[in-house]
Write a protein that binds this ligand. Structure first.
Ligand SMILES: [Zn+2]
Length: 170
């Protein structure tokens, strides 16, 4: 029993599209005659590859020269028109931010509330404000988070930093 060219070439190419090197289900694979049959190309394996149906359809009966042009235009990163070649390895799910936004908001609220409570004895310099905020989080707070909180205070206009003096609008 002889194997069908498709099966044979699939095996030879390790199940990958000749052009885009992506794994193809057999249903998406087709035999491409490098030199088109209509141009006298043979059915022999040396003239045939298996590739995504999409690129086979694109090539149609292009001359070998035109096909080369298409291939070379891809600059070594061949993508079949069905996009198979553009499949990127599954993107890693983005690591969740260490501090969920709600927690951050809570912290911000806590800072604002605490500053309000301080009445006239609010920190007057950025340095004391920083240490005041830090002291509100006995479990520890990262420098980045501290900076973020102070930035938030500034952005929301609750603290105005001028020449190292702080004014509050809580
Ligand atoms: Zn392909």
């Amino acid at each position: 029993m002889t194997t069908k060219p498709l099966d044979r070439l699939m095996f030879v190419q390790g199940g990958l599209c000749f052009f885009c090197k992506q794994p193809m289900p057999k249903s998406e694979a087709s035999v491409e005659h490098l030199l088109a049959s209509s141009n006298g190309g043979s059915n022999n394996d040396e003239n045939c590859v298996v590739c995504c149906k999409a690129v086979n359809a694109l090539f149609g009966s292009m001359s070998l020269k035109e096909k080369f042009q298409v291939v070379l235009n891809q600059k070594g990163q061949f993508k079949c028109p069905n996009g198979a070649g553009s499949i990127k390895p599954a993107a890693k799910p983005k690591a969740k931010p260490k501090v969920p936004a709600t927690v951050k908001t809570d912290k911000f609220k806590l800072v604002v509330a605490n500053l309000k409570q301080r009445g006239n004895s609010k920190p007057r310099t950025l340095k004391t404000l920083t240490s005041t905020i830090a002291s509100l989080f006995p479990k520890g707070i990262s420098q980045a988070e501290l900076a973020e909180l102070i930035k938030q205070l500034e952005i929301t206009g609750k603290v105005v930093v001028t020449e190292k003096k702080l004014t509050y609008a809580l």
